[in-house]
Design a protein around this ligand. Structure first.
Ligand code: DC
Length: 231
């Protein structure tokens, strides 16, 4: 019963992966890792250095300077989860803007970027006791995870959730802009050559369009408890 497992949560953007991952990590005393935050921080690094913008990508310069981007997670006890740091600076707020969201799939499609981030993710999870969410966690990062979940819900439901979150944070966006971003990211994330978003054969698919957060948590916790009984 004391053995720790690895929980991999993949799925489309704004399917509530991070909410469930944080709830599980808190309940189990596991480490929570938001791998999307790492791709967002790399995107911010590329934007700050003018390697990428709305109409250009200077991939060569980005790759030449990849080693200058240092990513860390630092636990924030008052929030109850780890925040993303880029070269020593807390970028948690900056990486959640629509500007970053609009460019992140472009950066996440670059194999060298993925290689760098996957190596960090594997290192963080090597002792198990980790809940990681992303797009390729069950298919690439932790192919041997004991529990793999694949989260889905309709694009409109996801855009509405994301829109509500951004408005609550005081950002000036429209629902249409957010829906467009959700659909574009779905397209790029599922069709890219390197590690496209696909359900792992052994992942359990959960469509949460009509589930409350509480119903979803109860349902997934049952799956975790079942796994823990069998390790
Ligand atoms: O989870 P998120 O929406 O914050 O992720 C932002 C983007 O990062 C997402 O559109 C695709 C990319 N990503 C990825 O390619 N692989 C991961 N493991 C996590 C995120």
């Amino acid at each position: 019963m004391n053995r720790k497992i690895t929980i991999a949560i993949d799925g489309y953007s704004s399917t509530g992966k991070s909410t469930i991952a944080k709830q599980l990590a808190n309940k189990l005393g596991y480490v929570y890792v938001d791998s999307g935050a790492m791709y967002r921080a790399m995107t911010l690094f590329a934007m700050n250095n003018k390697f990428v913008g709305p109409s250009f990508l200077d991939k060569e310069s980005l790759l030449q300077n990849l080693e200058d981007a240092t990513l860390d997670f630092q636990f924030n006890a008052s929030l109850g989860f780890a925040e993303m740091y880029l070269n020593g600076k807390n970028v948690e707020k900056e990486i959640r803007t629509l500007d970053v969201s609009n460019l992140v799939s472009t950066i996440a499609a670059i194999s060298e970027v993925r290689k760098k981030l996957v190596a960090i993710q594997k290192e963080i999870g090597k002792n198990k006791g980790v809940v990681m969410d992303g797009r390729d966690i069950g298919t690439v990062v932790f192919t041997d995870a004991e529990l793999k979940l694949f989260m889905t819900s309709s694009a409109e439901t996801r855009a509405q959730r994301r829109y509500d979150e951004l408005i609550e944070k005081g950002q000036d966006v429209s629902y249409e802009q957010v829906l467009k971003n959700v659909l574009e990211r779905d397209h790029i994330d599922t069709t890219r050559k390197d590690s496209p978003l696909i359900k792992a054969d052994d992942a359990i698919e959960i469509d949460n369009s009509s589930l409350t957060k509480e119903e979803q948590f109860a349902m997934i916790l049952k799956l975790v408890e079942e796994k823990l009984r069998n390790v």
